[in-house]
Ligand binder design. Structure first.
Ligand code: SF4
Length: 294
């Protein structure tokens, strides 16, 4: 577990677009130790409490502007992920047991404290990871409490365990940042170790429920950048009626050290970030489907 629990450069969790250079309010010292119930997820009773949603296994959080949704947002990174993406830049979020346990009520309190910032900036709460839906009860409670307080809500998910998201949760969700790792089945499996079908099913549910979707796609040279693969992601995004934005995120090497620290094999050490032309070409494929691309 990193001791720096607050991202300093907006790259703590999932692949994300660059944050605003001038975050309006990035409080200092937002560690997990200052809230009730913080501790390690080591006892079976704690695991049970995570399952019931009483406590959450949290990697970190941060207050950011212009990433993870509109306005200034409190982004909470929950621990645990069913995927094993080759390009994951935060592999220390993969295992739930590596997170710190925090009372969900404390997270709610923290969120409510920023209500005025959210109102002024048009921001809100984003639950990311890891994969937030590995802790569906925690997500359920945070979404409910946020909606009751009039706070805009978002989750950042691959959709791989979208079946854990209930219809009620969808009703309390304003925006889904949907990470589509690949459009070709074969490439998806190579990238993540899992399959694409659950993401497609979840994308359909989001559209049917009227939840706004921002699709995120990481462009990795030699892995996800084949035209055919990008075209399939674009075709899928184009069928999601509520998709208002696509973000093409260039691969980077910022997570490499973490893989080594964890003793995990990092297979992309020799891969360079995509060229500007390569990124633009990918964006053009999405644009050709009538999608708004960033
Ligand atoms: S979905 Fe992939 S990139 Fe995101 S946390 Fe899980 S393994 Fe890492």
């Amino acid at each position: 577990m990193t001791t720096n629990l607050v991202g300093t450069d907006g790259v703590t969790g999932e692949y994300r677009p660059a944050p605003s250079k001038t975050p309006t309010s990035r409080p200092q010292g937002l560690g997990l130790g200052d809230i009730a119930g913080a501790g390690q997820l080591e006892r079976p009773d704690k695991l049970q409490q995570v399952r019931s949603g009483e406590i959450a296994s949290v990697h970190s959080w941060e207050l950011v502007t212009a990433v993870d949704g509109p306005g200034t947002r409190l982004t909470v990174f929950l621990s645990g992920c069913p995927l094993r993406c080759l390009y994951c830049h935060n592999p220390d979020t993969m295992e739930m047991r590596r997170g710190e346990t925090v009372e969900t009520a404390s997270l709610v309190k923290r969120m409510l404290r920023y209500r005025r910032i959210f109102q002024r900036s048009g921001g809100g709460l984003t639950i990311s990871g890891g994969e937030p839906l590995m802790q569906p009860q925690v997500v359920d409670r945070l979404l409910r409490e946020a909606k009751q307080a009039g706070i805009h809500t978002a989750i950042d998910t691959s959709g791989n365990v979208g079946h854990r998201c209930t219809d009620e949760m969808l009703q309390n969700l304003d925006l889904c940042l949907l990470d589509i790792k690949s459009g070709s089945e074969e490439t998806y499996e190579k990238v993540t170790g899992s399959n694409l079908a659950p993401t497609i099913t979840f994308a359909r549910r989001l559209a049917e429920a009227g939840v706004e979707v921002w699709v995120r796609f990481v462009l990795v040279p030699g892995l996800t950048d084949a035209d055919e693969n990008i075209e399939k992601v674009a075709d899928l995004a184009a069928t999601v009626g509520t998709c208002t934005r696509v973000e093409v995120l260039p691969f980077h090497q910022m997570g490499q050290d973490k893989w080594e620290e964890l003793g995990l094999e990092y297979q992309l050490a020799d891969v360079n970030p995509p060229t500007k032309e390569g990124v633009e070409r990918a964006r053009e494929i999405f644009r050709s489907r009538g999608l708004t691309v960033f």
